[in-house]
Design a protein around this ligand. Structure first.
Ligand code: ADP
Ligand code: ASP
Ligand code: MG
Length: 457
């Protein structure tokens, strides 16, 4: 599989998430995972836990200067608490670069408070990974692993869609092969997930949780043999273990099933992570950096079992828009008009159900987005065509599995289990891999728990 002509025996790209690089002890554990696996030559890190959330606030409009200062102080304290564990000389030189970054961050935050721009918001968001990658390279060196910092913006070129930038994959392949690959023969390169750079040299980000996706793209660009995602749980579970302690770790899962889970909100993987892995058939491992000895989940092309029920995913903060017009009855072109308005506002429709005179549409609201998804302008424009109702506070529950569109009794099993819950919309039949429905946010956890008890007892 490895077509690189530098003949690295085997190459693993390893990604460490926010909790894995939250503090010195956590970073040290990750460094030891790398030391114990010589195939790991490229390390992609997230920001230390909590830092990106601070930066999201810092990048918003009209943040009072006092609050800005307190946010920057909190970030500084997270990072400096880590560097204080190094011998004094190393700590001092690392802190110099941390303070430089903090000053740069304060300057951008100040100009953001004078005049907000999405460009500045992305520049601000990128700092977490800049800090953690510098520090982590040093942690590696402290245990005699040849860790070296690499600025991913040299290779991760994107368009200028701030907050959700699209990566130029061809360019990534070329520049990774020429700039990154040669370094991997004798170094363990540490780089940033989540961030990129547009054609004008401005910093961009790939969307919250995007480090998984960065790592997968880099694994593809480097013809890597394996991608390892190290996080805070011992693999992919039958549902979010935070919702029910009954959730069970899955040993093996197909690309398709795992991709479906990620798309439907299983936070363990960014929704796009498996696209590059599937394209190049790179197996993905998911495990806990706290308990590496416990193993984890292998995601691969072919797996031994294809159960009817594989998992339950939950996506919060969904918006439901219902458009209703008697003119729709036996008319043609109505839906096309609705969709063209939505396209004009770059709104991507998630699920659709239709009846004679009304259509229900759902929209995902990826966390981190601060703007109202369905603005008054969208509603006003739709209202010229039809009656419009917008509902918030909903969650999408997705039952994921195999052959769900043709197995007998699926609907009965699922809906009997939750027959006391008000269900706002059901999508079944379009995909053999999922059956999903909307419930109110308040009911969501209870619904998942009950369903899990029935489907995975
Ligand atoms: P990281 O910072 O390492 O990227 P995340 O917080 O993004 O970690 O993702 C890990 C979290 O995903 C877990 O702590 C867990 O609560 C959540 N999660 C959601 N669904 C699942 C699932 N099906 N299996 C495992 N974890 C899940
Ligand atoms: N630090 C970014 C976030 O919190 C990216 C990531 O962790 O994957 O969203
Ligand atoms: Mg994540």
């Amino acid at each position: 599989m490895n077509s690189n002509n530098l003949s690295l025996p085997s190459l693993t790209v390893a990604k460490f998430g926010g909790t894995s690089v939250a503090d010195y002890t956590a970073m040290l554990r990750c460094a030891n995972i790398i030391k114990n696996d010589p195939s790991v030559r490229l390390v992609v890190v997230s920001a230390s836990a909590g830092v990106t959330n601070h930066l999201v606030r810092l990048g918003q409009e009209n943040v009072p200067q006092e609050e800005q200062e307190s946010i920057i102080a909190s970030i500084a304290s997270i990072q400096l608490n880590i560097t204080q564990n190094f011998p004094t000389e190393i700590e001092q030189s690392l802190n110099l670069s941390i303070h430089e970054l903090l000053d740069e961050l304060a300057n951008i935050a100040l100009s953001q408070s004078n005049q907000y721009s999405a460009k500045n918001a992305d520049a601000i968001l990128s700092f977490g990974e800049q800090f953690s990658s510098r520090i982590f390279a040093q942690v590696l060196r402290s245990i005699d692993v040849a860790g070296e910092y690499f600025n991913v913006q040299q290779v991760m070129k994107t368009n200028s869609l701030y907050g959700k930038a699209v990566v130029d994959e061809q360019q990534l392949k070329q520049s990774s092969q020429s700039l990154l690959l040669p370094k991997l023969t004798d170094k363990v390169i540490v780089t940033q997930g989540f961030i990129g750079e547009d054609g004008l040299g401005n910093t961009t980000t790939l969307g919250r949780g995007g480090s998984d996706y960065s790592a997968a793209l880099l694994a593809e660009a480097l013809d890597s043999e394996r991608l390892a995602i190290w996080t805070d749980v011992v693999g992919i579970f039958t549902t979010d273990p935070r919702i029910t302690s009954q959730a069970k770790a899955i040993k093996e899962i197909s690309f398709g099933e795992a991709a479906e889970m990620a798309t439907f909100g299983a936070k363990i993987l960014h929704p796009a992570t498996l696209i590059p892995a599937m394209r190049c058939n790179i197996p993905v491992f998911v495990g806990s950096s706290k308990e590496p000895e416990k193993g984890g989940t292998q995601i691969k092309k072919q797996v031994e079992s294809t159960p009817t029920y594989r998992s339950i995913a939950l996506r919060r903060e969904q918006t439901l828009v219902t458009v209703k017009s008697p003119a729709m009855l036996h008319a043609s072109g109505f839906l096309a008009q609705v969709f063209s308005i939505l396209a004009k506002y770059e709104l991507s429709v998630d699920l659709v159900t239709t009846s004679e005179i009304s259509v229900a549409l759902t929209f995902d609201n990826p966390s981190g987005s601060t703007q109202a998804l369905i603005t008054t302008s969208v509603v006003e424009e739709l209202e010229q065509l039809c009656e419009v109702t917008v509902e918030h506070g909903l969650s999408l529950v997705a039952v994921i599995g195999n052959g769900l569109n043709c197995a007998k009794g699926i609907g009965q099993t699922i809906f009997e289990t939750i027959n006391e819950t008000n269900i706002r919309l059901i999508c079944h039949g379009a995909s053999s891999n999922n059956l999903c429905f909307l419930v109110s946010e308040r009911d969501a956890n209870g619904v998942v728990e009950k369903l899990h008890n029935t489907l995975f007892a």
